[in-house]
Design a protein around this ligand. Structure first.
Ligand code: SF4
Length: 212
């Protein structure tokens, strides 16, 4: 059983899967409290569902893409089984995690998005560096940038760990803190190899809606 906050169908707003119709499975609970968190409703609300109930819900939609998100999905071990089941059924599965929990048991067919927390997130140092050992060619590293200090910190982190050479690195502007243009220009001026990521769903629906 997994405590699920919500299952919904929308456009993937982030990662290299951005723009694709996707079923989102949001688990309940998070061990962090990021300053910019827009899913505080997922901290406690939800109900326990078994894998067959979850699969039935997912199959209602015609897409092949499923995103497991939270909260922090890896707080619940049963999520690992669900992801492997979905991979067996030929779904393209992505997992959004802060990387504050070990990812080495995640099925290697899953695209892991490691959301490395910056200083201004308020959760700096939550990322487990050993998770980089479990990264593969599918893995993407995401940094939500709130300030110039965050930008510089992220650049240093990526270069220190050779992330630009090995993985897709995504820089996303923290909604309401810095503008897309500010971050785009910063990437260009500083010759950063990072890929600018805009939260498409917020551009389309605004900060509080998430799709159909
Ligand atoms: S990790 Fe995600 S869900 Fe948890 S507090 Fe941070 S932004 Fe919110």
């Amino acid at each position: 059983m997994i405590k699920i906050n919500e299952i919904f169908y929308s456009i993937q707003g982030e990662t290299t899967y951005a723009g694709l119709p996707t079923v989102f499975v949001r688990t309940t609970g998070c061990n962090l409290r990021c300053a910019y968190c827009d899913t505080q409703y997922s901290y406690y609300e939800g109900s326990f569902r078994d894998n067959s109930e979850i699969l039935t819900e997912i199959k209602k939609y015609s897409t092949n893409f499923v995103c497991i998100t939270g909260g922090e999905p890896l707080l619940q071990k049963s999520v690992l089984i669900l992801m492997s089941l979905l991979c067996d059924l030929n779904y393209k599965v992505s997992l959004e995690t802060s990387g504050s929990r070990i990812v080495d048991q995640v099925d290697p067919r899953v695209k892991i998005i490691l959301d490395v927390k910056t200083p201004d997130s308020g959760a700096k140092d939550s990322f487990l560096l050993e998770n980089l050992n479990s990264a593969n060619t599918l893995t993407e590293l995401k940094f939500v940038i709130c300030s110039e200090n965050d930008f510089n910190w992220s650049e240093n982190f990526c270069r220190q760990h050779d992330l630009f050479e090995k993985y897709t690195v995504l820089y996303s502007p923290s909604y309401g803190n810095i503008s897309e243009r500010w971050l785009a220009e910063k990437i260009l001026i500083k010759n950063s190899p990072a890929r600018l990521q805009l939260q498409l769903h917020k551009i389309i629906w605004g900060p509080h809606e998430r799709g159909v």
